[in-house]
Design a protein around this ligand. Structure first.
Ligand code: GCU
Length: 331
């Protein structure tokens, strides 16, 4: 813990010392791009990004290099987003739920059941319709370079969840955004926002009745030890976003920036493939650890969550257009 704190504060000091220069006009000719990540180096997100880094290094004749810090060593996603805003690091992978706190329209991308399938989601991520949304956080000091799939999320507790009624009064950890809290309410439970690293102990100590996540993270973090019943509610396919510091991007030579943008865009396809390779292994591993998978009729959950779709799209013309654009790409 102390080591993590020192590393994070060291970087912060470095960034602060450099914040003047990061906003200055000095053009970059290369450098180390420091990237924060909250999960393991075996994770599809990490691997896709690592490969993108290798491509970028090669394409720039070794002038640029990615340095990815995994496993929350730089802090949780909220903290790493702030490190980017301070110019202490240049990139991070954070969940869409975090970015929703900077621009509410991101909530559209994280609505329960907005994507019909993985193909639909891939189509949306690669179609270009998200570009205006992804540029919208520039004033906050960062922008979104790519969206990665994180599969679909499901509820896990100590008992089967088959209907919204089964979640009555149950405290389920959700990611830290108003949409995630509202989603759990419409699903029938009580959403408790918390960062990922605290969930295991909170369930173990009875502070929470369960969590919700995809199979890869469920297995990687050994949450099956404290919540062994995994109910396939498949309630949300919320993406993870590769974000970068705007001031840093502006200091890159236009041709280098274009290369980076292209390579990161191309990594989306790669990440989907890596995801599909790893998801089966995660399910198998869960079964080996005694997990009970419960099939769920998702219709009642879908029906209840429709109200959230209305709420999320009612206050924003841009949000409504985005919503319609995403739905129009469903097959
Ligand atoms: C997934 C997602 C992460 C997120 C995590 C969470 O694993 O990929 O970005 O941090 O869920 O539940 O917090």
């Amino acid at each position: 813990m102390r080591k993590r704190y020192l590393l994070a504060t060291g970087l912060l000091a470095m960034g602060l010392a450099c914040s003047g220069c990061s906003k200055s006009s000095g053009q970059l000719d290369g450098g180390i791009i420091r990237i924060a990540y909250n999960q393991a180096p075996t994770h599809p997100h990490y691997q896709a990004l690592e490969r993108a880094g290798e491509r970028f290094k090669e394409a720039t004749g070794g002038r640029y290099e990615f340095l990815i810090y995994p496993n929350e060593v730089l802090g949780d996603q909220r903290a790493t987003l702030e490190l980017i805003q301070n110019g202490a690091i240049q990139m991070a992978i954070v969940n869409n739920a975090m970015v929703e706190n900077y621009n509410k329209d991101f909530s559209i991308l994280g609505l329960p059941y907005i994507f019909d399938s993985q193909e639909h989601q891939k189509e949306v991520f690669t179609s270009g319709i998200l570009d205006p949304l992804f540029e919208s956080t520039k004033e906050e000091g960062f922008e979104v370079m790519a969206a990665y799939t994180a599969g679909s999320r499901n509820v896990y507790t100590r008992k089967p969840i088959e209907t919204p009624k089964d979640l009555d009064g149950m405290k389920i950890r959700v990611m830290e955004s108003p949409t995630m809290v509202a989603m759990m309410k419409y699903m029938g439970g009580v959403g408790t926002p918390m960062s990922q690293g605290e969930v295991y102990t909170a369930i173990q100590q009875g502070v929470l009745d369960g969590g919700e996540n995809n199979e890869i993270t469920y297995v990687d973090l050994k949450h099956y030890e404290v919540a062994p019943v995994f109910s396939k509610t498949q309630h949300v396919m919320i993406p993870d976003l590769v974000i970068a510091e705007s001031a840093y991007l502006e200091r890159m030579k236009p041709e280098d920036r274009e290369l980076l943008t292209q390579i990161l865009e191309d990594s989306v396809e790669d990440e989907f493939n890596l995801w599909n390779e790893q998801i089966e292994t995660a399910k198998e591993s869960a079964r080996e650890h005694g997990v009970t998978f419960v099939d769920v009729d998702i219709k009642p959950f879908q029906e209840n969550c429709k109200k959230l779709h209305e709420e999320a799209t009612s206050g924003s013309v841009f949000g409504k257009e985005l919503y319609d654009g995403i739905r129009a790409l469903a097959r």
